[in-house]
Design a protein around this ligand. Structure first.
Ligand code: VGL
Ligand code: ZN
Length: 206
């Protein structure tokens, strides 16, 4: 069985949002075409408290894009984004989501960031996504969403390491690109880890 994983397709990651991903909105029509091809669709939702320690605003002299040591892990400082209950944290309005969509929220612990939809960056806390996919007899996952170089990458890497046959749909992802080649570095790293890179036209119905 196959599942589609929608990663963080939220207003704050779209053009005009707090952590806007260039052309992030362009994936939406492609994702909308993919959704009906899957029996199971799950979504991750970046869901931070206001005092999240990944926000530059919560560090005196913190600058956006700066890398700090956060309780022993390298942490990029981000603008405030996807704050619980705000419009920025809502899924993109044009996304055609079904009632049955199962949502996995992440980034709720203020002391650790959570790029992957499976675990936080310290691999301490599990969102329950892996158990849910196993319960639904899923062996193959297709990952789409935002952003290629952060949450898409870490979600796909955890998926393949957990034993799922994992594909990333390259025309249905977009990157933050703090450095200009971050997208290519991320795609190469994923491919080297056994993740298949495909385009949406290669995603069949069965
Ligand atoms: C993300 C940075 C911070 C993402 C989330 O969804 O890729 N990136 N929080
Ligand atoms: Zn975040």
């Amino acid at each position: 069985m196959r599942a589609l994983i929608l990663v963080d397709i939220q207003n704050d990651f779209l053009p005009g949002g707090a952590l806007a991903v260039d052309q992030g909105d362009q994936i939406i029509p492609i994702v909308n075409q993919l959704i009906p091809k899957f029996d199971l669709v799950v979504a991750t939702q970046d869901w931070h408290p206001k005092n999240h320690e990944s926000f530059a605003s919560n560090h005196p002299d913190g600058r956006i894009g700066q890398i700090i040591d956060l309780h022993g892990l390298d942490q990029v400082l981000w603008p405030d984004h996807c704050i619980q209950g705000t419009r920025g944290a809502e899924f993109a309005r044009d996304l055609k989501l079904t009632e049955a969509l199962k949502v996995f929220r992440k980034g709720t612990d203020p002391t650790v960031d959570s790029y992957s939809g499976f675990f936080d960056n310290d691999h301490r806390n599990d969102t329950g996504l892996s158990a849910f996919l196993n319960e639904k007899k899923i062996s193959q996952v297709f990952v789409v969403g935002l952003a290629t170089d952060y949450c898409v990458k870490f979600t796909a890497l955890d998926a393949v390491n957990l034993g799922f046959n994992t594909s990333v749909v390259t025309d249905a992802v977009r990157a933050v690109n703090l450095a200009p080649d971050d997208k290519d570095v991320a795609l190469n790293e994923m491919e080297a880890s056994g993740i298949t890179l495909i385009t949406s036209s290669q995603v069949g119905r069965i």
